[in-house]
Design a protein around this ligand. Structure first.
Ligand SMILES: *[C@@H]1O[C@H](CO)[C@@H](O)[C@H](O)[C@H]1NC(C)=O
Ligand SMILES: *[C@@H]1O[C@H](CO)[C@@H](O)[C@H](O)[C@H]1NC(C)=O
Ligand SMILES: *[C@@H]1O[C@H](CO)[C@@H](O)[C@H](O)[C@H]1NC(C)=O
Ligand SMILES: *[C@@H]1O[C@H](CO)[C@@H](O)[C@H](O)[C@H]1NC(C)=O
Length: 410
C-alpha cells in the first residue's frame, strides 16, 4: 500500500481568513497584536522617516527592486535608537499577512498587517525596550514574514524624531535552502516561520540564511501542482511561483542579482517529492539530469559553497501491524552525489530515521516536532562536518513550542 502525499501549492486558493492552529486537536490560543496606527506624514515632528532603500536596513532572503518580499520567511533587520519603530507597508503587501517581529533577544510577537497602512510595532511598552543594559544597546529590530506565499512591501520605516537607524553587520557565514513545501514549512503552526529551513537558519543564531523554497515546486523545470516553473529556473529569480508573483511580473521575474548579495557557504537542497508524483511530469531520468544541472548551476554561482543533497522521506504508511517509510528517488539522489563525489563540494545527507509516522500531520507535512527533529539533525551534521558552531544560546528560535506537564505524579 502506498499513500501519496499531495504537496500542492494551495496558496492562490486559500482565503485570507484567520486560520486555526491545532495542537493534538485542541485550538491554540494566539495573541496577535493590533498594531495598526494612523498614517505618519513625512514631515511629522514626532517621527523621522526613512525610505525603504536606506542603507541601514538589512533585507534577509529575497526582496525585489520595489522592496517586496518573496519566498519563505523573508526578513528585515536593523538597529535603532529611541523607543519607537513604525513601518508603512506598501500596496504590494498581502492583505492581513501575519508577521513576527521582536526587539533584540526578546520573544517574537505576532501581528497581521494591512495594505498601505502604518503599523506602530515598537513603543516604550514593547518587551525589551525598557530595562536594557547599556552594553546591550543599540536595540535590534527583526521582522519575518511567517507565510511562504504572502509577502510585504516596505514603503517607509519611522523612528522617533530624535533617534536614528543603525546598520547591523551581517554574520560572516550564510546558508541557503532550495526546497519545496517541506523546507518552507507548509502546514506547520506558523508556516515558514516554523519550518526546518527557518529552524536551521535561525537555529544557528550566528549565520545569515535565505529560504528559496515554495510549496508544490519541482526540481525539474516543469509545471508541478500549478507552479509554472521548476527550481532549476526559479532559483535564479527574485520572486517565487506564487499567484502574487505572476500578478506583478507575469512570466518575466526580476533575475536575482547574486553579486549584490552575500554568497552562500552552504546550500541545502531538499527537492524531488513533487517530481516523484505521477500527477506531475513523471520522468525519473529528467529528474536526475535536472538535479545535475541544478548542482552545476549552484556551483557556478557559489564556487566556494558546500552543497548538501538531502534524501527524501516521502511520507509513511501503515501496513499490517506497523508503519513504514515511503521512498522517493533514492538511487537518483545517490547517483547525483556519486557524479560529483570526487569534486569534494557535494555531500549526501541521509534523512532516514529522523522522522516517524506521527511526525507527519494530517495534511501530509511535518508537524512542528518533525521540523525541529530534521533541523536538529541537520545542524549537528553541519557542525561536525563543516565546523559551524551552534550560536543561538538563549533567545527563542521556535515560537510557541512550550508544551509540558505541570504535574510530577500522574
Ligand atoms: C488580522 O487583522 C484583522 C483586523 O485588522 C482581524 O479582523 C483579523 O482577524 C486578523 N487576522 C488574524 C489571523 O488575526
Ligand atoms: C508638512 O508640514 C507643512 C507645514 O507644517 C504642512 O502644511 C504640510 O501639509 C505637511 N505635509 C505633509 C505631507 O504632511
Ligand atoms: C548587480 O549588483 C552589482 C553589485 O551591486 C552591480 O554592480 C550590478 O550592476 C548589478 N547588476 C544588475 C543587472 O543590476
Ligand atoms: C518515485 O521514486 C521511487 C523510488 O525511487 C520510484 O520507484 C518511483 O518510480 C518514483 N515515482 C515517480 C512518479 O517518479
Amino acid at each position: 500500500m502506498k499513500i501519496f502525499s499531495s504537496l500542492c501549492a494551495l496558496g492562490p486558493l486559500l482565503p485570507l481568513a484567520a486560520s486555526t492552529i491545532l495542537q493534538n486537536g485542541q485550538v491554540r490560543q494566539t495573541n496577535f497584536l493590533n498594531t495598526k496606527t494612523a498614517s505618519i506624514s513625512s514631515n511629522s515632528s514626532a517621527w523621522k522617516t526613512y525610505a525603504p532603500n536606506a542603507p541601514e536596513l538589512s533585507y534577509k532572503g529575497r526582496w525585489d527592486s520595489k522592496h517586496v518580499s518573496w519566498w519563505a520567511a523573508p526578513g528585515l533587520k536593523f538597529g535603532f535608537e529611541g523607543q519607537d519603530v513604525a513601518i508603512t507597508f506598501g500596496e504590494h503587501t498581502t492583505p492581513g499577512v501575519l508577521i513576527a517581529y521582536r526587539v533584540s533577544g526578546m520573544d517574537w510577537q505576532m501581528t497581521n498587517v494591512t495594505v498601505g497602512a502604518t503599523h506602530h510595532l515598537i513603543s516604550a511598552s514593547t518587551p525589551g525596550v525598557s530595562g536594557a543594559q547599556s552594553w546591550q544597546l543599540p536595540f535590534t529590530f527583526e521582522l519575518r514574514v511567517t507565510n511562504w506565499a504572502y509577502g510585504v512591501q516596505i514603503s517607509a520605516v519611522h523612528l522617533s524624531s530624535s533617534s536614528k537607524l543603525i546598520k547591523i553587520p551581517n554574520f560572516a557565514k550564510k546558508i541557503e535552502f532550495i526546497g519545496d513545501s517541506l523546507t518552507s514549512g507548509m502546514y506547520a503552526t506558523y508556516e515558514a516561520f516554523s519550518g526546518f529551513g527557518y529552524n536551521i537558519g535561525a537555529g544557528f543564531g550566528n549565520v545569515e540564511f535565505s529560504i528559496t523554497a515554495y510549496p508544490g515546486i519541482c526540481l525539474h523545470d516543469a509545471d508541478c501542482w500549478g507552479n509554472p516553473r521548476g527550481q532549476t529556473y526559479q532559483w535564479l529569480q527574485t520572486s517565487d511561483t506564487s499567484w502574487r508573483a505572476s500578478q506583478l511580473y507575469g512570466k518575466d521575474p526580476e533575475p536575482w542579482n547574486f553579486s549584490k548579495d552575500q554568497p552562500a557557504d552552504i546550500v541545502l537542497i531538499n527537492l524531488g517529492t513533487n517530481d516523484n508524483n505521477t500527477a506531475n511530469y513523471n520522468d525519473p531520468a529528467a529528474y536526475y539530469t535536472s538535479y545535475i544541472k541544478l548542482v552545476s548551476s549552484i556551483h557556478e554561482t557559489y564556487p566556494d559553497a558546500q552543497i548538501i543533497l538531502m534524501s527524501l522521506w516521502n511520507g509513511f504508511y501503515g501496513l499490517g501491524n506497523s508503519y513504514y517509510q515511503s521512498a522517493a528517488f533514492v538511487n537518483e539522489i545517490q547517483n547525483v552525489y556519486k557524479h560529483f563525489e570526487k569534486e569534494g563540494y557535494v555531500h549526501y545527507f541521509d534523512s532516514t530515521g529522523i522522522l516517524q509516522h506521527n511526525d507527519i500531520g494530517p495534511q501530509w507535512h511535518p508537524t512542528d516536532v518533525g521540523h525541529i527533529k530534521v533541523a536538529s539533525h541537520v545542524m549537528q551534521y553541519i557542525k561536525m562536518k563543516f565546523g559551524w558552531t551552534l550560536g543561538a544560546t538563549g533567545p527563542e528560535v521556535q515560537h510557541e513550542t512550550l508544551y509540558w506537564n505541570d504535574e510530577q505524579g500522574y
